[in-house]
Design a binder for this molecule. Sequence first.
Ligand code: HEC
Length: 458
Amino acid sequence: MTFFLETNIYQFFGRFHAMLVHLPIGFIILAVVFEMLALKKKIDLNRAISYAFLAGALSGVLSIVLGLMLASDGGYNEATLNIHKWTGITMTMIAFLLFFMKRKQKTRLWTQKSYPVLVIILVALLFVAGHNGGNLTHGSDYLLEHAPNPIRALAGMEPIRERVTDLDEALVYEDVIHPIFESKCNVCHNNDKAKGDLLLTDAESILKGGKNGNVIVAGNANESELYRRVTLNPTHKEFMPTEGRTPLTNEETMLVQWWIDEGAHFDKKVVELNLTDRIKAYLRDVGIGLKKTFIENLDLKKVDGKVIEAIQAEGFKIKPVSGNSALLEVTYSSYNKEPITTNKLEMLLKAKTNIVWLDFSGVPLNEDVVPKLGQLENLVALRMSNSNLTDAGIKAFESLKHLEYLNLYGNPISDASLESLQKLKGLQKLYLWKTNVSDEGMKSLKAYLEGATIVSGL
Ligand code: HEC
């Protein structure tokens, strides 16, 4: 009994809509392909075609039922949802009609003219329903999200603004906070799918708040619903993001808190706000304020698209650090169930000279995998908090001569790692919080790494 009380059975079944809806699509396409085949080769496929329409119609009914359940979740753009719903329903009715017509086609003349028209309408509706369904699931700029600026301009979309990573120039909202919301929140809080009636896409919408009003109290993070939601216990049902999506990192959470506490400004530069060393460190964590001289001087060829795809197929997220750059940023989500094996890593290493940022935070790494990371000769930033690194593993990092940022938070490493860390002369920021490195060890390391900030605890 409690099972039914605690779970929303509607939502449970509703979620299958996105999967099942491909069945009617497939059957309808099959019917149309058969129809063309029959025309061209002059063969009789009437029976097969009629059954394909019937299967399309029946699976269409199931998709509609599941779709209505999913829509009861709420938070979808009403206009888009209506178009999607009614095109879907109309298509299903047409498919039934075509089934009956096809069965009787030989005997009834009147069907001959209306039949092809209905088929064409059905195919057209298929595109409309599919496109709107895609927008409901992914947001309306999904199709052109990665399109070049001229094409975006034609579609009336804002040009993609290249993210500023220079500490002196970066804007606190555009370059720090907005990218966090985009990557972690906006699959559910966008124009087409505003869960909780909340959009986190632009200043105006954020200030407008959600169904329960304001989500941000400028100057007071602790009073802000948005901050409360991301700092709840992840098992709490109000925790954001929901559904086991990748939560904010510790650093991202701190930046959101800082942004709100500093007045939740949308147009100020980072340097116009109160910047402590700790905040500067967090900013580096999201890429703001790294010394870019080394990266800027790197002149590399782009990695072949096929290699990138093969790397993605292994579960890595890999993309240019900005716009059209040949330099790459790689992450592996801690939500991936599969560990990083040596085979996976070998694939990644095919792009090794181009990889400058690597984020394996929260992903436990095996002893046989870590040494290979030493081959990433151009790595500038490495995030490996809570990755189960040992002193033996750290030795492999000695070869990462250009490393400026290294996050080793929460790894069971000790003073035995100091000798290797001392060799990383380019380090500007090193996190050793929650490791077993002793206070004396930290002090001696500071003496070696001039100019670096070592974050060792609260
Ligand atoms: C997988 C979908 C999903 C993601 C991702 C997601 N949310 Fe939500 N959010 C929801 C749903 C569903 C609701 C409405 C139910 C509720 O209030 O808990 C909601 C409600 C909210 C509310 C309350 C709005 C109100 O006025 O009641 C806030 C604030 C919020 N989300 C913030 C965020 C933030 C910040 C992120 C990113 C860190 C995020 N959400 C990511 C699904 C999501």
